[in-house]
Design a protein around this ligand. Structure first.
Ligand SMILES: Cc1cc2nc3c(=O)[nH]c(=O)nc-3n(C[C@H](O)[C@H](O)[C@H](O)COP(=O)(O)OP(=O)(O)OC[C@H]3O[C@@H](n4cnc5c(N)ncnc54)[C@H](O)[C@@H]3O)c2cc1C
Length: 594
């Protein structure tokens, strides 16, 4: 069970030594006021070169924003890059960007070089939009790549929603070289390394006064004085009486962080990206997976520096607004962290007076920029490196004091309201676009179905037409075959009839010949009969009229015999001739006309 106001970072911090408060006067080369990330980086760098360093902190190492933040390490500044270009011009902006990248590299390098424990470095960062602006995103990516040579990708909405399963998100920038860490363990690692090189860190030691004049500057604490050639003011918003002028140049701005109890599988159902995620609103949500399956969620900006009542419930609501699918979640840790913003939202880095250095106002982009500033100031002290002058365009500007805070709060509220309106419009447009896409898809599907149906109908009609034509062709062929067969049969019939006729004609001819022959035969017979009859009559007559001597009759008989036809055929033959005639008539009746 977490103690009230205990951070998850403190609960999972690596072991650190007890560090005493300063209880006597000391002399050092460099005195750093503030053991946050910028102060520790300066101390480590200076100590590594063998210079003596004392670090004073009113509380504990990284007890401020440095040990309570989101843990995102990425290039850039709290101010937008286009605003920087507008203010300092592209060439100077490029140099500043390169320094911010050097800060990222510095952290990665220190972690590797010191084999820093408990840092849990994980790669990648998504800077995700809550309003739909594909064109704006592409232009921005092009500008980052071309003008600043940044390793960055543009992710379209679908790709984003694949890994961040929330309808609140649209396109995103993916910074491949960015990463996230356990910031408290990183700060403790820096402190340990600085101490290893001889730096002395005093916790519970507030600087309450400063005399920056002269070669040896004097820093007053409740129980000891520090005399140093260089003093670095790295106390962020807590400087107070040390330099009241500087205090007025920064606005303390707070943000809240919560860490859930372990969520198990349902976390990966909602968040499948293991890098860090932040949206692009002024008061953005920023989150990442920590431990094995916890969600670390940061958000909200306020000028109030203490935790509000019911902070856990508020953070839980914020998480579920974006990921309702997480359902019932428990917030185990919730805390507030306060950082310093300058009016221009850029770090304030520089030499205020000889040997008197300022490094503050890193805003919400302080991991890389504190590394950058710490390293730069250390080398300015050690080697006279004057890269810090690149920040001279961002000089100290009065932050407005108490009224400034009220104005800042009002400005944040206005910006939040504007962001929220923009989001609502974007979500409405997105919903409308998706509905319209769904409608279009439905119409397209219906159109396709209709087209397919029409094509199927046309194909069926065509098939039927082809089948009909084929059937007709087959029928015609069949008909042709039948007709040919009929013709053949008819021809055969004609031939047969013709043969029959020829045969009949032949028979008729033979019958006629037979008849003629019979008739001739009959005629001969008849003539013979007539001759015989005549002869008989003559004989009878002769017998009646005169006795006829025997030789006379004998002499005339041969003459008659010569002219008389042969004796008549028996009656049977005459009947045969008549039958043949009848048959002839029957044949001619049956023969068809040709
Ligand atoms: C909630 C939150 C989330 C953030 N998330 C990110 C993030 O994800 N990525 C990122 O890049 N940045 C982030 N930041 C910003 C980043 O954490 C800060 O910009 C950075 O840590 C500032 O470091 P610093 O050393 O200047 O200040 P601090 O860490 O605040 O350190 C200042 C130290 O000075 C000490 N001090 C002050 N006055 C005195 C005095 N008079 N005498 C002695 N000691 C004194 C304080 O006790 C303190 O320890 C976040 C900030 C907050 C608050």
């Amino acid at each position: 069970m977490a103690k009230p106001d205990q951070t998850w970072y403190a609960a999972t911090a690596v072991a650190a030594p007890e560090r005493p408060a300063l209880s006597h006067n000391i002399d050092v080369d460099v005195c750093v006021i503030g053991a946050g990330l910028v102060g520790l980086t300066v101390a480590r760098e200076v100590a590594r070169r063998g210079w003596s360093v004392a670090v004073l902190d009113a509380g504990k190492v990284a007890g401020g924003a440095s040990g309570r933040n989101g843990g995102f390490v990425s290039p850039g500044f709290a101010e937008r890059i286009d605003a920087i270009v507008e203010r300092v011009g592209l060439p100077r902006a490029k140099e500043l960007w390169a320094l911010s990248e050097a800060g990222v590299d510095y952290i990665r390098g220190v972690i590797a070089d010191t084999a820093m424990p408990g840092v849990e470095l994980r790669d990648g960062r998504l800077s995700v939009r809550r309003t739909d602006d594909e064109t704006g995103l592409i232009e921005h990516v092009a500008m980052l790549r071309v003008d600043f040579d940044v390793d960055v990708e543009a992710w379209p909405t679908d790709q984003v929603r694949e890994v961040l399963r929330s309808g609140h998100y649209f396109q995103a920038l993916h910074f491949m070289k960015a990463f996230h860490i356990h910031p408290l363990n990183y700060a403790l690692g820096l402190a340990a390394d600085a101490e290893k090189h001889g730096a002395r860190i005093f916790e519970g030691t507030q600087a309450i006064g400063l005399d920056p004049a002269g070669v040896r500057k004097r820093v007053q604490t409740p129980h000891g004085l520090v005399r140093a050639r260089h003093v670095v003011l790295a106390g962020s918003t807590g400087i107070g009486a040390v330099d009241e002028q500087i205090v007025t140049t920064v606005l303390p701005v707070s943000s809240y962080v919560a860490v859930t109890a372990p969520l198990g599988e349902k976390l990966f159902d909602a968040v499948r990206y293991t890098g860090s995620v932040a949206d692009t609103r002024r008061a953005s949500d920023y989150y990442r997976i920590v431990g094995d399956d916890r969600l670390l969620w940061g958000g909200r900006i306020t000028t109030r520096t203490s935790a509000p009542p019911r902070l856990k419930a508020q953070m839980r609501r914020d998480i579920l607004k974006v990921y309702p699918r997480l359902g019932d979640i428990e917030i185990e840790y919730a805390w507030v962290g306060t950082m310093a913003y300058a009016v221009h939202k850029m770090p304030q880095i520089g030499e205020l007076a000889p040997g008197y250095w300022l490094a503050n106002a890193f805003g919400g982009h302080g991991l890389n920029t504190t590394a950058m500033a710490g390293e730069m100031i250390a080398h300015a002290i050690l080697d006279g490196d004057d890269r810090w002058r690149l920040f001279s365009s961002y000089e100290l500007v009065w932050g407005g004091g108490r009224f400034g805070r009220a104005a800042a709060q009002a400005a944040y509220w206005t910006m939040q309201a504007r962001d929220s309106l923009q989001e609502r419009i974007s979500r409405y447009r997105d919903r409308a676009r998706r509905e319209s896409e769904a409608r279009q898809a439905r119409w397209a599907a219906e159109k396709t179905a209709r087209k397919v149906e029409a094509e199927a109908r046309r194909a069926a009609e065509e098939a039927k037409r082809i089948a009909d034509a084929e059937a007709r062709r087959l029928a015609a062929e069949q008909a042709r075959r039948v007709a040919a067969e009929k013709a053949r049969l008819a021809k055969e019939e004609v031939e047969r009839i013709r043969q029959e006729r020829v045969q009949a004609a032949e028979e008729a001819r033979r019958a006629e010949e037979e008849a003629a022959r019979v008739a001739a035969e009959q005629a001969l017979n008849d003539a013979a009969d007539a001759a015989a009859a005549l002869a008989r009559q003559i004989e009878e007559h002769s017998a009646l009229t005169a006795p006829t001597p025997e030789p006379t009759v004998t002499e005339t008989a041969p003459a008659v015999e010569a002219e008389t036809p042969a004796p008549a055929a028996p009656p049977k033959r005459a009947r045969k001739v008549r039958l043949s005639k009848k048959k002839k008539n029957e044949v001619s009746e049956e023969t068809p006309a040709t």
